[in-house]
Design a protein around this ligand. Structure first.
Ligand code: F0G
Length: 393
């Protein structure tokens, strides 16, 4: 197993600290697919079940993965679809899919003898890194855009013991600073430019195949820094290259209208360019220059998929629909996947006969403030039987 540049093909060993190629290209782990095991029996689905696909030994785990895959029949009805599922990543230990990447990246950090880890974050990466770093006995540092992190995520990162450095800038500024700090100061970089993060996140593909016993037609998910869509695509490709499956799904990425550098380039059929001042209610994906954009672009293109945008209103409506119809409470960024699906059904770009899995990436309780903005908390009434009966009648 080794790392390989997705641009020039140059190879590097896995036992050195390296995030990108000398040419600047993104790196990808190449797995020995002739040595992987057939564990796809639909039983005991957990991330480390797929150990033979993961280029690191399990060292630090909080029992991530094995998240529920729900058949959402009421929303199938709303969207007039034959087969729709939600893979709910909010059920991970710190409440987001980041835990999958973190168990592998922090295990790798230990393997490399690193003592400190750092990330830029819109919140979830910070919370997850902080938890796994604590479990590993490492110091963790987080650079975040001031005032733009959901309260749940910030409190998590703090209680797990991370050092938080808010900056007067956005996520993209934070990531640039973190990349500099990690290379100058020898702190291990945990953002998804680190190829080992994606090695954990690709297990979402394995779990979907393991649970269903086949590969769905479409995977729909929110796109921010564009790591997850790249990772899941890699997972499906490896399943095919190892001979387990033949059919690959279409990868469909959804971005918020106000933070859509990739989706707008795709829709306008032009080259990618960063978006200077991203803005959306879905703070998790408030990103103007996704570091993995090239991998994501390839995933969408190779899979015959596409990218779409949704408005903040559509996101909040989808969040409410998922909670009230199916009992699944997700954060706004995650609801972008359902908002996108509904839009694509309306436009006819996904047909009713296709099977689709929506990835909901983070738990709703991460961002209670957003819900409080759209719901009305009832005022207290007198504590009398008459009043209660009156209201319940
Ligand atoms: N959904 C949630 C809930 C997220 O937290 C993120 C990314 C995404 C979707 C997008 O995933 O970046 O792989 O395309 N959050 C990062 C963070 C950026 O810092 O927590 P992506």
């Amino acid at each position: 197993m080794h790392l390989k540049c997705v641009e020039c093909g140059k190879e590097y060993p896995m036992d050195e600290v390296r995030y990108t190629c000398d040419c600047g290209g993104l790196l990808e782990a190449v797995i020995d697919l002739d040595k992987v095991e057939d564990v796809f029996d639909g039983r005991d689905i957990t991330l480390w079940k797929y150990q033979s696909f993961i280029p690191v030994k399990k060292r630090i785990s909080l029992k991530e993965g094995g998240t529920p895959l729900y058949r959402v029949r009421k929303i199938e009805h709303v969207a007039v679809m034959r087969e729709l599922y939600v893979k709910n990543e909010g059920a991970n230990p710190t409440g987001s899919f980041k835990d999958r990447g973190m168990t592998v990246a922090i295990s790798k950090a230990l393997e490399l003898g690193m003592k400190k880890v750092i990330c830029a974050s819109t919140g979830n990466t910070a919370a997850s890194m902080a938890a796994y770093a604590s479990a590993a006995g490492m110091e963790s540092y987080v650079i975040i855009p001031e005032g733009k992190i959901a309260l749940g995520k910030l409190t998590q990162a703090m209680i797990y013991g991370a050092k938080i450095l808010p900056i007067k800038g956005n996520f993209d500024d934070a990531l640039n600073l973190v990349m500099k700090a990690s290379s100058e100061m020898g702190i291990y970089l945990i953002n998804s430019i680190n190829p080992f993060r994606l090695e954990g996140q690709k297990t979402i593909a394995f779990e979907i195949y393991d649970a269903l016993g086949y590969v769905p037609d479409n995977i729909v998910l929110p796109v921010g820094n564009a790591g997850n869509i790249s990772a899941i695509w890699k997972g499906f490709r490896e399943l095919r290259d190892a001979g387990f499956i033949e059919h690959l799904p279409r990868m469909i990425g959804i971005q918020a209208q106000g933070a859509a550098p990739l989706a707008s380039a795709w829709k306008e059929k032009r080259d990618y360019s960063p978006q200077p001042s991203p803005e959306t209610v879905a703070t998790a994906i408030r990103i103007g220059n996704p570091v993995n954009w090239k991998k994501a672009w390839r995933a969408v293109k190779e899979s015959g998929g596409f990218l779409e945008t949704v408005s903040d209103e559509e996101i909040l409506m989808a969040q409410k629909l998922l909670a009230t119809k199916e009992g699944i409470f997700v954060e706004p960024a995650s609801a972008a996947s359902l908002a996108g699906l509904l839009k694509l059904r309306e436009q006819g770009e996904i047909s009713g006969g296709e099977s689709t899995v929506l990835i909901t990436t983070g738990h709703g309780l991460k961002d209670p403030e957003i819900v409080v903005r759209i719901i009305k908390i009832p005022e207290a009434i007198e504590a009398t039987e008459e009043m209660i009966f009156e209201v319940l009648r």
